[in-house]
Design a protein around this ligand. Structure first.
Ligand code: SF4
Length: 313
């Protein structure tokens, strides 16, 4: 049985903008070592916030994140430092993460040098190794980020994250800004790296079509709550939650590029004033009176397949 890489049980209130926003509401998620978990939902649903909490960039207001059974809040400074290196985040916009005044070589070398992961004499070989792993030609390492395409910059960004020898990558919409053909290349790269470096991923995306190709398991998020969670093939063959079904309807068919059905109707309500009961009820075609009052609890409807909908009870 694989080790548990991370177990998350938390609630997060954001103080800004006032009044307090419940960005995450009783979220719980376990990720096994070596697993790729896709976290999917519309923009503003809280998935990026959850990614940032897991990566240690944002602190939850209640609840805990456990790493290999250890509560992050109870770790020593040294353990937290090691966890910080072991958990890296790759964002949507590589330019925002890359200092435009530094060459690619300096960008890759900066963190491993600062953290003593390699000696100065190893610099050239170390940088070349991680650029090669990320599919970037080391012969171009003396150039600056603006001299490259979006796809190449994202490869530099990936090499930069890999250079601190992480075990867990949080990819936050990491391919969303790339052309479709480049998206496929970068997703393939993530899959190769998983095998070569024994990585675990949380892959955050608004697009179920993207996570389908990389994930072992998928968690669907709606307005701060995980509403369905299952192995990827279960989600695609036997989706249970009406919101997941609506999202699936938006995934274009690969053969035709056409959407299967109509898109999710209506706007995502504001997290400042979420609807009572099931947050999805104003948009749900199957909503009942009970859905407007009672929060549906997550229930295991098949082995490893959880859904939070009153239609299951
Ligand atoms: Fe729809 Fe009710 Fe299920 Fe929510 S609980 S998804 S409103 S049927």
């Amino acid at each position: 049985k694989p080790d548990l890489a991370a177990k998350i049980a938390l609630r997060l209130k954001l103080a800004k903008p006032a009044p307090v926003v419940h960005a995450l509401d009783d979220v719980s998620l376990s990720i096994l070592a070596g697993e790729v978990v896709g976290l999917v939902g519309e923009s503003g649903c809280g998935k990026s916030t959850l990614g940032r909490v897991i990566a240690g960039i944002t602190s939850p207001s209640a609840g805990h994140v456990f790493w290999k059974g250890m509560n992050r809040d109870a770790m020593t400074g040294r353990q937290r430092h090691e966890l910080g290196l072991a958990t890296q985040m790759i964002f949507q916009n590589p330019m925002a993460a890359l200092n435009p005044r530094m060459t690619v070589e300096d960008l890759i070398w900066e963190a491993p040098h600062t953290h003593g992961l390699a000696r100065g004499s190893e610099r050239g070989a170390y940088v070349d190794k991680y650029l090669t792993l990320a599919g970037f030609d080391p012969a171009m390492k003396k150039r600056f980020p603006h001299q490259f395409s979006g796809g190449q910059r994202q490869r530099v960004n990936i090499a930069r994250a890999l250079a601190v020898q992480p075990k867990f990558l949080v990819c936050d919409e990491s391919v969303a800004a790339l052309d479709v053909s480049i998206q496929a290349q970068v997703i393939n790269l993530f899959m190769e790296l998983r095998d070569k470096l024994d990585l675990t991923y949380l892959f955050v995306s608004h697009d179920l079509g993207v996570v389908e190709h990389i994930s072992d398991r998928v968690a669907i998020m709606y307005l701060g709550r995980i509403v369905e969670e299952a192995p990827v093939e279960e989600i695609f063959r036997r989706a249970n939650h009406p919101y997941t079904k609506a999202l699936l309807a938006e995934v274009p068919r690969i053969e035709t590029g056409k959407r299967r059905f109509k898109a999710v109707e209506g706007e995502l309500p504001s997290p400042l004033n979420p609807p009572k009961g099931c947050h999805f009820h104003p948009r749900c075609p199957l909503a009942m009176a009970r859905c407007r009052e009672e929060v549906p609890l997550k229930k295991e409807i098949a082995p490893g397949h959880f859904s939070a909908c009153h239609l299951n009870s």
